[in-house]
Design a protein around this ligand. Structure first.
Ligand code: ADP
Ligand code: GLC
Length: 491
C-alpha cells in the first residue's frame, strides 16, 4: 500500500465521482446498426475506467440476446404517456463494465428491427420519457445526461423541462452528441400535442416539420460531434443540412471529439474471430487471414493479388455512387474487391450485378453480417476503401489501420482527421487520401495505394504506421470528462 492510500482523504478524493447517464438507441454488444453502437458501447466503459460513475440506457429490442441481461431492475415503470399506456419495465445488464439499463416496452421495441417504422418518433419519444422516469427512480441523479443523435432529442427536451421543476434534476447538465446531422428525426408537428411537447413547438420546427434533432440540440447545454473537422463542416451550408445556422450560433459550445477504438474488441493480436492472430511486429498471420477471406467469399486463392474491401451501410453518404461509376476502373487495377453492406436496394442491386459480371474478382455479402465477418474482412484485406461524401468520424478506417489494412479515404470529416497521406520521402503517413468527390481522384489514390502494395518495404512501413497509431478510447474519454466538467452548472 502506498503512502497516499493511508493519508487522510483530501476534499477532492471525498467528492463523489462524476455521474454520467449515456442514452442511446443502439450499443454493442446489445443492438447495432452502425458506428453509433460501437461508440455507445465503448464510451461508458472507457469513462468507467477513468473513474466516472457512468451508465448506459437503451431500449430492450426483441433481437437483443437475453443472456446478456442479469436481472429485472424495475418491474413496473410508470411512464407518463397520453392515451394508451404501454407496459414498461427495466432490465439491468452487466455485460459492459459500466451498468446498462434496458427499457422493456414490447409494444414499441419488438419490431424485429431497430429503426425504419413510420412511428419511430413515437417509439423514441417513449424511450426517452421512460429513460427520464428511470433516472428519477435511481438513488442519485446524473451530473450529466449525455444524449446521442435524434432519437435522444426528446430526452434533452424532457430533462430541460424537468430540471426547472424538480429539485432532484436541478443540477443535471445536458450534452447532445451529433453522430450524423443528416438524420433529423422528422415527424408531423400535430403529434407534438399528444406527446405533451407542444410548448416546445418552435424548438422542434425545421423545414415545415418537427425535428427531434433540432429540439434536442436547442434544449442541451453543450453540443459535441465526433471529429473536429465535422464540427467545422456542420457550420457550413453545404454540410449543415439546414441546421448550420444553429451550429454557428452554438459554435462556442460545440466540441469535436474524435471517436476511439475499443481495442478489447478490435485487436488482431487477440481477435477470436480471425483465422490467425498477428501484430505490428509479426504480420505473418495476416496471410492466413487473407486466404481465409478469399475462401469465405468464394474467390480464387491468389494471395499475391491485392484485396480492396469496404464495409458500410449502403447509403449515399458512403460514396457508393463513386464506386458504381468506377467499377470497371477498379477491376482494371487487377485487384479483388470485397464488399459487405446492407441498405438501399439500388446499391444492393449494383453489388449483385457487379459480382455476377466478375464472380472471380468481386465478392459480396448483402445484409448485416454481425461482428465476425467484419473482423475477418478487416484482417484479410489489403486496402480499405472509404470514399464517403461526408463522414462525421468513421470507425472502419481506424479498425483497418489496427489490422494492417491500409485505408484509402476521401478527405472529409473524421476521415481527414484520422488518416495522414503516406509520404514516401519521409516514410510518414498511414493511408491514401483524395479530396474532390469524383471518380478520377479516387481511382488515382487506389492506384497509388496498389503501387506501394508492390513495394514490400514501403508497404510494411505504411502498415506499421497504421498499426501503431493510437486511437484508444482513453484519450477520447478524457476529453469527454473535460467537456462534461466545463459545461456550466444549470443553477
Ligand atoms: P456509420 O456509423 O456511418 O455506419 P462507422 O464507420 O462509424 O459508420 O461504423 C460502421 C460500423 O458498422 C462498423 O463497426 C462496421 O463494421 C459496421 N457495419 C457496417 N455495415 C455492416 C454490415 N453490413 N455488417 C456488419 N457490420 C457492419
Ligand atoms: C455516425 C457516422 C459515423 C460515425 C458514427 C459514430 O453513424 O456516420 O461517421 O463514426 O456515427 O460516431
Amino acid at each position: 500500500m502506498s503512502n497516499t492510500d493511508q493519508s487522510p482523504k483530501t476534499e477532492d478524493q471525498n467528492r463523489a465521482p462524476l455521474r454520467v447517464a449515456i442514452i442511446s438507441p443502439e450499443a454493442v454488444p446489445f443492438a447495432k446498426v452502425g458506428g453509433l453502437a460501437d461508440v455507445s458501447g465503448a464510451l461508458p466503459k472507457a469513462l468507467h475506467a477513468e473513474g466516472v460513475d457512468s451508465f448506459l440506457i437503451l431500449p430492450l429490442y426483441d433481437q437483443i440476446d437475453r443472456s446478456l441481461l442479469s436481472e429485472t431492475f424495475i418491474e413496473d415503470l410508470e411512464v407518463p404517456w397520453r392515451g394508451r399506456q404501454p407496459r414498461a419495465s427495466v432490465w439491468k445488464s452487466d455485460a459492459l463494465k459500466a451498468p446498462t439499463y434496458l427499457i422493456d416496452a414490447p409494444h414499441y421495441f419488438s419490431r424485429g428491427k431497430i429503426y425504419a417504422d413510420n412511428d419511430d418518433f413515437e417509439r423514441f419519444a417513449f424511450f426517452c420519457r421512460a429513460a427520464v422516469a428511470l433516472l428519477k427512480r435511481l438513488e442519485n441523479p446524473p451530473d450529466v445526461l449525455h444524449c446521442n443523435d435524434w432519437p435522444c432529442g426528446f430526452a434533452a427536451v424532457e430533462m430541460r423541462a424537468r430540471r426547472r421543476q424538480e429539485e432532484y434534476f436541478a443540477n443535471t447538465k445536458i450534452l447532445f452528441s451529433i453522430h450524423n446531422i443528416a438524420y433529423q428525426g422528422f415527424f408531423n408537428p400535430t403529434d407534438l400535442w399528444w406527446l405533451d411537447l407542444s410548448a416546445y413547438t418552435d424548438d422542434f420546427m425545421l423545414k415545415g416539420a418537427a425535428s427531434a434533432l433540432k429540439a434536442g440540440i436547442i434544449a442541451s447545454d453543450a453540443v459535441s460531434t465526433v471529429s473536429p473537422r465535422y464540427a467545422r463542416e456542420i457550420q457550413t451550408s453545404e454540410q449543415g443540412y439546414g441546421l448550420d445556422w444553429l451550429m454557428r450560433a452554438r459554435s462556442d459550445r460545440l466540441a469535436g471529439i474524435t471517436n476511439g477504438v475499443d481495442y478489447d474488441v478490435w485487436n488482431p493480436e487477440t481477435d477470436p474471430h480471425i483465422a490467425a492472430n498477428f501484430s505490428a511486429d509479426d504480420l505473418t498471420g495476416k496471410r492466413e487471414c487473407k486466404l481465409d477471406l478469399l475462401r469465405r467469399f468464394g474467390l480464387p486463392e491468389e494471395p499475391e493479388r491485392p484485396i480492396i474491401a469496404i464495409i458500410s451501410r449502403l447509403v449515399g453518404q458512403k460514396g457508393y455512387d463513386l464506386i458504381r461509376q468506377a467499377a470497371s476502373g477498379i477491376l482494371d487495377t487487377g485487384a479483388f474487391f470485397i464488399a459487405l453492406g446492407a441498405g438501399a436496394k439500388e446499391y444492393e442491386d449494383f453489388l449483385q450485378s457487379w459480382h455476377d459480371a466478375a464472380p472471380h474478382r468481386v465478392g459480396i455479402y448483402k445484409g448485416f453480417a454481425g461482428e465476425p465477418l467484419a473482423h475477418q474482412i478487416e484482417a484479410g484485406a489489403d486496402l480499405f476503401l472509404m470514399p464517403s461524401l461526408y463522414e462525421p468520424c468513421g470507425l472502419n478506417q481506424m479498425y483497418s489501420m489496427r489490422y494492417g489494412t491500409v485505408p484509402v479515404v476521401r478527405a472529409t470529416g473524421g476521415l481527414d482527421d484520422t488518416i495522414q497521406q503516406f509520404d514516401n520521402a519521409t516514410n510518414e503517413g498511414n493511408g491514401f487520401k483524395f479530396g474532390p468527390y469524383a471518380v478520377l481522384p479516387m481511382l488515382e489514390k487506389i492506384r497509388e495505394g496498389l503501387y506501394f502494395y508492390k513495394q514490400r518495404e514501403a508497404w510494411k512501413t505504411i502498415q506499421r504506421n497504421g498499426m501503431t497509431t493510437d486511437n484508444s478510447w482513453s484519450a477520447a474519454a478524457k476529453k469527454y470528462i473535460q467537456l462534461y466538467e466545463e459545461i456550466p452548472s444549470p443553477n
